[in-house]
Design a protein around this ligand. Structure first.
Ligand code: NAP
Length: 291
């Protein structure tokens, strides 16, 4: 393998160590950061994600609570809970685990989280701020990607960055963050006629689609930094990304694995956002992303 592995687990450890210090400083001021998670319905993957998030909270000293609702609950019940959590001074971050049962409108529910506690960064206030070149609380996965690029000391300014996938929660905010850092950014989608035309000029290639093997080594510019955001459950039960790791790692200069790459960073950034929100609740000005 020619490429250097960008190890999400190792970088996340480093992030947790820094968070631990920030949390200690908050403890001195009588504050323990608190994260509230809402789980609606029975979804085994969502339950596992939330368990991992709670475990990470416990490791760094963030208080976490989970509130469960049955699959047939009403939007009104969720709004009431969110209203109470918005007003609860022990809670600095709130998340609603997606996906939601079909009768619940996730866009409406996500808007009911007050932007200052929206640690998933999905509220339109937080997403919209990025369009204006500001970051209040950013979505965790794109924020994790940017953190990985910085750890890799991968230059961003002046580079060609190609983001494949234009979802509101991953591809689009990542493109905005890369634009804010001075990259020249192309964003591809399912209608893009010649993906290779874009991937072959990418100094930074970030893939967030959900199709295993969409990108192989022949499509990658030699020396590119390849960030594989996709998570796909394969027939044998194993996880795979959107990038064919075996061929891509022969061409790229740096590459993230799946599992053990961006996914680890997503959880770390959720905690970072929670600590940032807790600091801001005390009026502490936090440079963003906080170092
Ligand atoms: P999504 O909402 O389904 O969006 C997928 C995007 O891929 C869409 O913009 C779609 O284009 C585009 N696309 C589909 N087929 C394509 C093709 N052949 N060529 C180019 N673009 C194509 O998914 P998402 O929420 O952004 O998630 C994407 C992947 O990242 C999934 O595998 C998900 O599990 C993973 N993910 C990982 C993490 C993590 O922590 N690592 C976090 C979130 C998501 P259109 O807009 O034209 O349909």
């Amino acid at each position: 393998m020619a490429a250097i592995l960008l190890d999400g687990a190792a970088i996340a450890q480093d992030v947790y160590a820094q968070l631990h210090e920030r949390i200690q400083r908050l403890h001195v001021r009588g504050i323990q950061p608190g994260l509230a998670a809402i789980l609606i319905g029975e979804n085994s993957a969502s339950r596992i994600y939330l368990k991992n998030k709670a475990r990470a909270c416990a490791r760094v000293g963030v208080h976490s609570e989970m509130f469960e609702f049955p699959a047939d609950c009403s939007e009104h019940e969720i709004f009431s809970k969110l209203q109470a959590l918005n007003a609860d001074s022990r809670i600095h971050g709130i998340l609603v685990q997606l996906p939601l049962p079909a009768h619940l409108r996730s866009e409406r529910i996500l808007q009911a989280i007050t932007p200052a506690k929206d640690v998933d960064g999905f509220n339109w206030v937080n997403l919209g701020a990025m369009v204006a070149g500001h970051t209040l609380l950013a979505p965790c996965t794109p924020l994790g990607v940017m953190t990985m690029l910085d750890y890799a000391r991968s230059p961003i300014e002046g580079r060609n960055a190609v983001v494949i996938g234009r979802s509101a929660l991953v591809g689009k905010p990542l493109a905005l963050m890369l634009i804010a850092r001075g990259a020249t950014v192309s964003v591809c989608n399912s209608k893009t006629t010649d993906l290779r035309q874009y991937t072959s000029i990418a100094d930074i290639l970030a893939v967030a689609v959900g199709r295993p093997g969409l990108i192989d080594g022949s499509m990658i510019k030699p020396g590119a930094v390849v960030i594989d955001i996709g998570i796909n459950r394969m027939p044998d039960g194993k996880l795979a990304g959107d990038v064919d790791f075996a061929s891509a790692s022969q061409v790229a200069s740096r590459i993230t694995p799946v599992p053990g790459g961006v996914g680890r960073m997503t959880v770390a950034m959720l905690l970072a956002n929670t600590v940032t929100a807790a600091e801001r609740s005390l009026g502490i000005e936090v440079p963003y992303p906080a170092q």
